[in-house]
Design a binder for this molecule. Sequence first.
Ligand SMILES: *Cc1c(COP(=O)(O)O)cnc(C)c1O
Length: 434
Amino acid sequence: MPVDNWDEALRFDREHLWHPYTSMLEPSPVWPVESAEGVRLRLADGRELIDGMASWWCAVHGYNHPALNAAMQAQLAKTPHVMFGGLTHEPAIELGRRLVELTPEPLEKVFLADSGSVSIEVAMKMAIQYWQSRGEPGKHRMLSLRQGYHGDTLGAMSVCDPVTGMHHLFSGVVAEQLFAPAPTCRYDQPWDPADLDAMASMIEQHHEELAAVILEPVVQGAGGMHFYHPEYLRGVRELCDRHGVLLIADEIATGFGRSGRLFACEHAGISPDIMCLGKALTGGTMTLAATLATREIGETISRGGAGCFMHGPTFMGNPLACAAAVASIDLLLANDWQGAVQRLETGLRRGLSPCADLPGVTDVRALGAIGVVQLEQAVDMHDLVPRFVDAGVWVRPFGRMVYLMPPYVISDVDLTALTGAVYRVLAEVQGRQV
Ligand SMILES: *Cc1c(COP(=O)(O)O)cnc(C)c1O
């Protein structure tokens, strides 16, 4: 049923559809996407936007990729879904093989979940059940980092930054976890061992009640787009080992090359006990996530009182999503993704660096295929996003951050157009403020 009247359709949307973090009383505008191809979103009115967001870290190969479409169509012709309890299928097995092979060696037990947040819930439950099985039920709390982001379900929320995660709205409902200060030593600064002090003393003080430390390795994403020093991650790994605490790496945003390494843990050469993957896992086509754990965790949980891990979503291991993930991973590895991400890092840094001279800009940084312009004050999205659309690009800032994480396949010409548009719009808006 094609929409023949977009004004009416958008009225319905405003009236009835929740959008992410959007008011139902004064919803911010939305732009209808008619189709998408490569790095271009085609709007219903025929305009085309160069995509700077990769649909929130996901669409690494760009949109409407023939290899991903073909894999999904082939699977669709067989079956889009079948329950995973008591049954299995080729796409799940093939995906499992690749994930076990690609992730750090001790990770070999794969739980296929339906979204990033669910994979975080799964990781937290695994850590808790692990200690229960070892006769240490008191080890059930999580220690995470301020300015972290791990998803929107209640368990995941409990380990997000308590301020930006609005814990006060849900006090008494969201579990009270422990928080270490965010690392301050940046990726490109000399390492300062004092950066680990607070984390070290918290682990020393609380290890008897800690099931796990959970963090985003090297790149804190939605909580502030910080790139911190890999030595910090190495230090946390050592502290966890020394004090008998598991380490959960949330690679949902960073996985599959975004930070310049296939997984951000590789910057530090460490392996977590549990790793969460999502977002780019299916190349931005289908919702799917995975939680990987070590053999020891899988076996210890299974020896415990429950006899198994207590989780099993209805759409676990969805074949269509798994088929897309297999195709996406194969496509990534068949291409020179490292070269592409390196090229993006250079292009983002070069294209965004002039923003550093604009009034109200406090920092410009890039790591892998992530570019960030940080502002002194929170942006007015209602003002900024339409300006970006008028400039022919899709950029959706949040808080004090204007950031880009384009599909890896973006050409140099399009990347220059994208960063140029960011500069021009910010020059207009920031210039006006002084
Ligand atoms: C997006 C994200 C999540 C949550 O994933 P959803 O699929 O949105 O539930 C968790 N952790 C990180 C680091 C993320 O970027």
